[in-house]
Design a protein around this ligand. Structure first.
Ligand code: FMN
Length: 489
């Protein structure tokens, strides 16, 4: 008889939103209709173990094995576990494959976002939006009008962002001598949520008297506004005129959704139009705007740390397995060779090289990435270092240096720094292997092609080969080029 356990590859994971609670010995699971299913004793204990293990996706077989390890005995029949899984799946506490609630990863995370909050009643929900923006891997600075701060507290916003809320045209910290210009230049994008009628009027008429309007009108970054007001206000000729002006001027103006009107008595409120969309909806619209207006790349170490802050396995360049062609190159090295991998991310390639028996040093600009990679290295096979290869502090001599997806993110100046350090770190006669996307890695960047490689690397390296390749990620494997360079002897 076939052992079904060996053929089930279905991945299960805990849903992002679960309706489960414990009371005494019981565990209660609510389904989507709000019906409660009570589990007791061993069933409740089993459900707790399953929900804990499936926080990260696993196949059924992995789950069975995990439960065997936990109980210290063979599982035997899997009916009880399967029944429980059916219940949890039916109740929406578990999902199959990728969680439906997972948002599509931004292709260029690390965007710097100025969130403008103005004196509309929806401002009281601003902290929810701030947290949602942070969870998307965005770097957030908050600017707020004085009226906005009657609805939401500075302290809460600052606790979330760990930066000062700017609520004045005058400086609050020395790094921002003229806040509205500093932030206008810093921003990759701006979101004004909610946008009051007054602020809309200010921006439309070029009135720079509030910090929110001043940043919005001064920045060359894309700005999205979510008008939020009573329908009597939004329908007024003045507001309509101002909104048309903003659309003409290139602002992204969001359509209103239904909301409540606080001018109505609490017991008489009915949904009315005119409100800003909820944080969850505005986030989708803002994402769409960012996708249309991508920035070249995260700017600095802090941005890269932010990139690796959440769901790093979903990053466009991360792949669970090391690229075959890079592993094949490493595998051809003499025993005992020293390998340097730059831009290691979660360390997949470095670990594969260490698995082949080489001495491996792996670096990344992001401290967080280095920490995550180190966590995955259960046998401490790799030396993990936080380092910027364009301005490296590393010492040593390596027979092979691997770069999967760093050099293609560099402009000429930074690329020259990369070459300088690679020339210093790769032993005479050693190899430098670069995998770069075949198309520009980000808008405004030149493709790293053979001509550019020769021009920039030629003084220290000879281009031995250039071959088509791919850069596998979580959902796609875009075309790439593989350059093998040899350090002059
Ligand atoms: C309780 C209350 C709720 C308000 N809600 C809104 C609103 O939802 N939208 C709006 O445009 N103005 C609203 N206002 C009026 C604004 O606060 C006022 O126009 C203010 O000047 C906006 O200034 P600002 O754009 O500088 O924040 C509200 C005022 C109060 C007292």
């Amino acid at each position: 008889m076939t052992d079904l356990r060996t053929v089930s590859l279905e991945v299960l994971r805990r849903a992002g939103v679960v309706r489960v609670y414990d009371v005494g010995q019981r565990l209660i699971v609510l389904d989507a209709q709000g019906r409660g299913h009570a589990l007791e004793g061993d069933s409740a204990r089993l459900a707790r173990a399953v929900l804990a293990y499936l926080l990260v996706g696993h196949t059924r077989n992995e789950l069975y094995e995990h439960l065997e390890v936990l109980s210290g005995a063979p599982l035997g029949a899997t009916d009880v576990v399967d029944e429980l899984l059916a219940l949890l799946l039916g109740a929406g506490a578990l999902e199959r494959g990728a969680p439906a609630s997972r948002v599509v990863p931004l292709h260029t995370p690390g965007h710097r976002v100025v969130l403008g909050i103005t004196g509309a009643v929806a401002a009281m929900n601003a902290p929810v939006l701030v947290q949602a923006l942070l969870e998307r891997g965005l770097v957030v600075r908050v600017v707020a009008t004085r009226e906005a701060l009657r609805f939401v507290r500075v302290e809460g916003l600052e606790a979330l962002t760990h930066t000062a809320v700017v609520a004045d045209m005058w400086p609050v910290d020395s790094a921002l001598a003229v806040p509205h210009i500093g932030l206008a230049q810093w921003a990759d994008a701006m979101l004004i949520w909610p946008a009051s009628a007054t602020t809309i009027g200010r921006i439309a008429s070029g009135d720079f008297s509030s910090i929110v309007a001043a940043v919005a009108a001064s920045t060359s970054a894309p700005v999205m506004l979510a008008p939020s007001m009573n329908p009597a206000m939004s329908g007024s000729a003045a507001v309509q005129r101002n909104l048309e002006q903003l659309i003409d001027d290139g602002f992204h103006v969001v359509h209103a959704n239904t909301g409540i009107e606080v001018a109505d008595r609490p017991d008489q409120r009915t949904p009315t139009t005119g409100g800003a969309p909820s944080p969850a909806i505005i986030l989708q619209l803002f994402d769409a705007m960012l996708r249309d207006n991508p920035r070249p790349r995260p700017h600095d170490t802090e941005d890269w740390d932010n990139v690796y802050r959440r769901a790093p396995e979903t990053l466009a360049w991360h792949h669970a397995a090391a690229d075959d062609d890079l592993v094949a190159i490493a595998a051809a090295m003499a025993a005992g060779s020293r390998i340097l991998e730059v831009g290691t991310g979660l360390g997949v390639l470095a670990l594969a090289c260490a698995g082949l028996g080489y001495r491996v040093v792996a670096t990344d600009l992001s401290r967080r990435a280095v920490a995550l990679a180190r966590e995955r290295d259960s046998t401490s096979a790799v030396v993990w270092v936080e380092d910027d290869i364009t301005d490296s502090r590393l010492h040593g001599s390596f027979e092979l240096m691997l770069d999967r997806g760093c050099a293609h993110l560099l402009g000429d100046d930074a690329l020259d720094g990369f070459v300088r350090n690679a020339a210093r770190l790769v032993a005479p006669g050693g190899q430098l292997v670069i995998k770069a996307l075949a198309t520009a890695a980000a808008p405004g960047l030149a493709v790293l092609d053979g001509a550019r490689v020769r021009a920039r690397f030629g003084a220290a390296f000879a281009l031995a080969s250039e071959a088509p390749s791919t850069m596998p990620g979580p959902s796609a494997a875009p075309a790439a080029r593989l350059f093998v360079l040899k350090r002059h002897g």
